[in-house]
Design a protein around this ligand. Structure first.
Ligand SMILES: Nc1ncnc2c1ncn2[C@@H]1O[C@H](COP(=O)(O)OP(=O)(O)OP(=O)(O)O)[C@@H](O)[C@H]1O
Ligand SMILES: [Mg+2]
Length: 261
């Protein structure tokens, strides 16, 4: 059984959930077994960020009982993340109520679930399946106010809110201050992540920022988040993840050189 099942949630869309789920998983995979599940069935982008496509089984097939979770896992060679991507084709009536059953039985140490934004039945089913959640916000009123609703929903579902991740910070005057965000959400900011062009560049290169630009400011922020969540740090930054294993090192070089996973 999985020890930790962590969902990455947000009230508002486009705040950086997928980016954070991918980079956190890449760092955590240096120390422990990580399964990264693309729980955003309507708009799946985990596979796109990691350069994985052409897979046979997506999460939809797992939830619909057409295959086992193990059969849907793809190993991301450069990081060692075990990825369960979602099919890019939209399917109606996927049995998201099976999230709990499928993930609870997973024989893996840790599961990270990337989620769709806002409140929906899919998000409720993800909350029913996870042991804890992190809520991503950007420093603006709409994002923070919609996070309040998600935190309430998590609390109603008796899921531990590990904290907030404050993303895309530019330290502009008009941005909401950390203290205001924490008091509005009644939750602690685990880590602040800066706005950094290394993120869109890395997505374009189809690899996590921590691999694409390991010494960038944003990669250090992702590392801080991994430490905050108890995954140890200095995964890729310190060379532990890609440094330990010669094959991983080779794939990381291939990814940097030619893109893709
Ligand atoms: N720290 C950052 N610095 C710069 N750009 C960022 C940062 N974080 C995210 N982005 C950009 O924001 C966009 C949205 O990111 P992402 O897809 O991770 O958000 P999301 O919350 O998963 O979106 P959705 O709600 O649609 O699933 C991407 O284009 C990404 O490049
Ligand atoms: Mg997303």
């Amino acid at each position: 059984m999985a020890k930790r099942i962590i969902s990455v949630l947000s009230g508002k869309g486009g705040v950086g959930k997928t980016t954070i789920a991918v980079n956190l998983s890449a760092l955590a995979a240096a120390h422990s077994e990580i399964v990264l599940v693309d729980g955003d069935l309507g708009n799946p982008t985990v596979g796109l960020q990691l350069g994985l496509w052409g897979y046979m089984n997506g999460l939809q097939n797992v939830l619909n009982g057409k295959c086992k979770l193990e059969q849907a896992i793809i190993m991301h060679p450069a990081t060692g993340i075990r990825v369960v991507p979602s099919s890019l084709e939209y399917q109606r009536g996927v049995k998201t109520s099976r999230f709990k059953e499928v993930l609870e039985g997973a024989p893996h140490e840790n599961v990270v679930i990337d989620s769709p934004p806002g409140v929906s039945s899919s998000v409720e089913d993800i909350l029913a399946a996870c042991t804890e959640t992190i809520v991503v916000v950007t420093p603006d009123i709409p994002s923070v106010m919609s996070a309040v609703k998600i935190i309430e929903l998590a609390e109603q579902s008796k899921v531990k809110v590990a904290g907030l991740v404050l993303n895309r910070v530019q330290n502009k005057k008009y941005e909401m201050h950390s203290k205001e965000i924490e008091s509005t959400c009644n939750a602690r900011i685990l880590t602040t992540i800066l706005e950094d062009k290394a993120v869109p560049e890395s997505i374009s290169a189809r690899m996590p920022a921590v691999l694409y630009a390991p010494r960038s400011a944003v990669s250090r922020n992702f590392n801080d988040l991994a430490v905050e969540l108890g995954f140890g740090g200095r995964g890729i930054l310190g060379g532990a993840a890609v440094g330990r294993n010669p094959m991983s090192r080779f794939f990381a070089w291939l990814s940097r050189r030619f893109g893709g996973g």
